[in-house]
Ligand binder design. Structure first.
Ligand SMILES: Nc1ncnc2c1ncn2[C@@H]1O[C@H](COP(=O)(O)OP(=O)(O)OP(=O)(O)O)[C@@H](O)[C@H]1O
Length: 602
């Protein structure tokens, strides 16, 4: 089996010429959006014949989406089933979604496909080794991560004018004997090298989640941490984890069967890569070794890296299980497991994979390891599910769990679906030069909208689960670097991605769930910077979200447009949505500024 697994020579990219790791030849200019799969497959509409390689990457028939040969310019063919406005009609969109889900179930592996939550974005769940063996193995080798100090630390978003307002947000810590929060990084008993890396990152003082989580993790306690988007949750777990590895000095095991001490899993490849790079930052100049494993990339390359030994392995669940099943990774030395975007990791789609990891025969039992979970949203039903993996855990809620960042101005336009395209074009024209992240619900619409904007000379990339991993990373890189001001994305980019200078998030299509809305708009307005989210509300399509949107707006102290009023009851009233620890500890909020009531819980 192993021989077939990945016996093709890896495609190794030439060394990067710029400090970004992507070399200019590969840069996707907007016009290349029609390459490969793009519009070819709009015309055949036969989803069942697409194949999924098990890592969330689909190949069109006959290699139609290959990277070889550039296709014609985007939009040069008129795809069937477009309505008069050129957009996909609803019937088509629904069929696409059903097709995706159907295929997920049909494979009958990885826990029977996705559950109730919509996934149209190339999240990486299914181990998929068997499928990959039957097909041409993936040969993409991502650029080597940089060791240049300046490049490593340049991705940090500088904190904005509202950073100090974080301190006014009520924090509630519940559970037994929580340690006292730290007031500064210097008072946290961190090693010199970790403190130096915090300073290199430009962090002057900890955010509320960091103040509370750092001592909790240092004490070895399990934790469920909830804080708004863009408030520093990643460093809240990476800093104490790396510090502990250095303090404890446990030797690194180097063997073909890697035995990491820390496993960090997240739902998407891009987020996994981002956490990997953050972990490299905070361990810079130290002995701590960090490795990464995510789908859509050459397996042998990652396997070789991991087998050189790593203290921390950051992975998507699908690729992680592939490595575990093939005995390239085992959990017997694990001292800490982190689920980032934990509510997503524990929903019906990912739960089977998480269970498989937590209950793996080599996994250290929950009372002998530390388990940490973080997210901006944490519905109560998911908290209940999470409890079985945690041991006497502490729960931190910074502000309203599931609430939107108050630094994001939320604007709504009521439109029909026929008006969306022109409204988007006008919005982009009016905000010339600004960096705009546009969310759509389907992969095909992402391609279509990106091609449409590119035709208007608006340099645009797209990112979604049908694009090859190399294309996904290039699209994100182009957007991050400012080469393309517009990125059109599916849900794959909704969670966790930390991109500098995103001025506007556009919900061209509103998502189906309010938690995804909160994560999406949280791509802007991060670390105290102001941002703007513009959502196109289509009364024919989005009525189910009305009440939840109105509630989110009110809680963020923002005006509710008339057309969102009277939409019934929010789906997450009172505590139901996860505004508090489901165990109902009576601990008082720890830092309510004088004269201020705790935030409403919901
Ligand atoms: N103490 C700090 N001071 C200044 N900047 C910080 C601090 N902590 C984190 N940051 C920066 O804030 C940005 C957002 O952090 P991070 O990505 O961890 O947010 P998050 O809470 O995980 O958001 P999301 O819920 O969207 O995943 C990053 O660029 C990070 O480097």
């Amino acid at each position: 089996m192993d021989d077939e697994w990945d016996d093709s020579p890896a495609v190794v990219l030439p060394p990067p010429v710029a400090n970004n790791g992507y070399y200019e030849d590969n840069v996707d200019e907007g016009h290349s959006l029609s390459r490969g799969r793009g519009f070819q497959s709009f015309n055949d509409n036969d989803y069942s014949k697409d194949m999924d390689n098990g890592f969330g990457e689909r190949r069109g028939r006959g290699g139609g989406r290959g990277r070889g040969g550039r296709g014609g310019r985007g939009g040069s063919r008129e795809p069937r089933n477009f309505d008069s406005n050129g957009d996909f009609n609803d019937e088509e969109r629904d069929r696409g979604e059903r097709g995706d889900r159907g295929r997920g179930r049909g494979r009958g592996r990885g826990g029977g496909g996705r559950g109730g939550r919509h996934n149209d974005g190339g999240e990486d769940n299914d181990g998929g080794g068997d499928d990959e063996m039957k097909k041409a193995p993936v040969t993409y080798v991502p650029p080597e991560p940089t060791d240049n100090e300046q490049e490593m630390f340049s991705s940090t978003i500088s904190s904005g004018i509202n950073f100090d307002k974080f301190d006014r947000i009520a924090v509630k810590v519940s559970g037994e004997n929580p340690p006292r929060p730290i007031e500064s990084f210097e008072s946290a008993n961190l090693r010199k090298s970790v403190l130096e890396n915090i300073a290199r990152s430009g962090y002057k003082k900890p955010t509320p989640i960091q103040k509370h989580a750092i001592p909790i993790i240092t004490e070895g306690r399990d934790l469920m941490g909830c804080a708004q988007t863009g408030s520093g949750k990643t460093a809240a777990f990476l800093v104490p984890i790396i510090n502990k590895i250095l303090e404890e000095g446990a030797p690194l095991t180097v063997s073909p069967n890697a035995q990491p001490q820390v496993i960090i899993v997240s739902p998407t490849r891009e987020l996994t890569l981002q956490i990997f790079n953050e972990a490299r930052k905070f361990s810079y100049g130290s002995v701590v070794k960090v490795a990464v494993a995510y789908g859509g990339t050459a397996v042998r390359h990652q396997s070789d890296n991991i087998s050189r030994g790593c203290h921390i392995l950051v992975a998507t669940p699908g690729r992680l299980h592939d490595f575990v099943d093939r005995r390239r990774v085992s959990f017997e030395q694990v001292r800490c497991v982190v689920l980032d975007e934990a509510d997503r990791m524990l929903d019906m789609g990912f739960m089977p994979t998480v269970e498989k990891m937590m209950e793996h025969p080599t996994m250290v039992p929950s009372n002998e390891r530390q388990t940490l979970m973080f997210s901006a949203t944490f519905p109560e039903d998911i908290q209940h599910l999470a409890g079985r993996f945690l041991n006497n855990y502490l729960f931190i809620a910074v502000g309203i769990v599931g609430g939107a960042s108050t630094d994001v101005e939320q604007i709504f336009h009521q439109v029909t679906r026929y008006e969306k395209q022109n409204t988007l074009k006008k919005l982009i024209e009016e905000n010339d030069g600004k960096r705009v992240l546009v969310f759509v619900e389907t992969k095909r619409n992402a391609d279509f909208i990106a091609a449409m904007l590119s035709e208007q000379q608006m340099l645009t990339s797209s990112i979604h689960g049908d694009r090859m991993q190399q294309e996904r990373e290039e699209a994100l890189h182009n957007f991050k670097s400012g080469r393309h001001c517009i990125l059109v994305a599916t849900a794959v980019a909704a969670r966790g991605l930390d991109i500098k200078n995103v001025d506007i998030v556009v919900n061209y299509d509103l998502p189906k769930s309010i938690d995804e809305y909160v994560h999406r708009i949280g791509r802007t307005g991060r670390v105290g910077n102001r941002g703007m989210a513009v959502s196109f509300f289509d009364a024919d399509h989005d009525v189910a979200l009305m009440a939840d949107l109105a509630k989110i707006l009110r809680q963020a102290d923002q005006p509710v447009p008339d057309f969102l009023e009277g939409g019934g009851t929010a789906t997450y009233t009172g505590n139901k949505y996860g505004g508090s620890d489901v165990r109902k500890f009576g601990n008082a909020p720890s830092n309510i500024p004088q004269g201020q009531e705790p935030e409403e819980e919901w």
